[in-house]
Design a protein around this ligand. Structure first.
Ligand SMILES: Cc1cc2nc3c(=O)[nH]c(=O)nc-3n(C[C@H](O)[C@H](O)[C@H](O)COP(=O)(O)O)c2cc1C
Length: 174
């Protein structure tokens, strides 16, 4: 029995699409009935991680080279995104740490040459600072522009990555 919690932030829906694909891959990678995958938006995410959670995935859009901030979320909302109360940054800040919990981050961003920065990298760093000592940066998934859509093939890659994570957890490597 394996429980995976996926917490995601998404303003235009692209990271949500990726998170759902990762969840589908995780479910595919496990034996039927053997696991639970919970997909929650950061606004609805718990501030302490239940003891039954074996793996935590945290994903969000890259804004201004890192995790979103209230100002960048406002910018996104003026470009037609749905507003959200909180972002991954604020959620991590509010969390009660679980030192030994395996945590892997992911993000979405646009594929532009010389545009550095990744919400996944920033989130992993913030999580470690918060006391999640095993937090590591996972994958970036590409979108074609600020509102999306996701670059062709990325949803399938996210699903494969989810399946790989499931295999890794079930072998007890994480
Ligand atoms: C205010 C703002 C700042 C952004 N800054 C970056 C950036 O620094 N690097 C990048 O690759 N993409 C940047 N983007 C594009 C976002 O990464 C893109 O909108 C996001 O991946 C879409 O995911 P979502 O639909 O889940 O919100 C920015 C978007 C907004 C709205």
């Amino acid at each position: 029995m394996m429980t995976v919690l996926i917490v995601h932030e998404s303003m235009f829906g692209n990271t949500r699409e990726i998170a759902a694909a990762i969840a589908a891959g995780l479910r595919r990678g496990r034996r039927p009935g053997d696991d639970v995958v919970r997909l929650v938006h950061v606004d609805d995410a718990p501030h302490s991680i239940d003891d039954d959670v074996d793996l935590l995935l945290v994903g969000g859009p890259t804004h201004a080279f890192g995790m979103t901030r209230p100002q960048t979320r406002e910018d996104a909302a003026t470009k037609g995104a749905s507003p959200s109360r909180e972002g991954v940054r604020e959620w991590i800040e509010s969390l009660t740490p679980r030192t030994n919990l395996p945590v892997v981050t992911f993000d979405t961003r646009v594929h532009v040459r010389m545009l550095p920065g990744s919400a996944a990298r920033a989130a992993a760093k913030a999580l470690r600072r918060k006391g999640f000592e095993r937090a590591e940066q996972g994958e970036t998934f590409w979108v074609e522009g600020t509102p999306g859509p996701v670059v062709p093939g990325e949803v399938e890659r996210a699903e494969r990555w989810g399946a790989e994570l499931a295999a890794r957890v079930s072998h007890g490597v994480s």
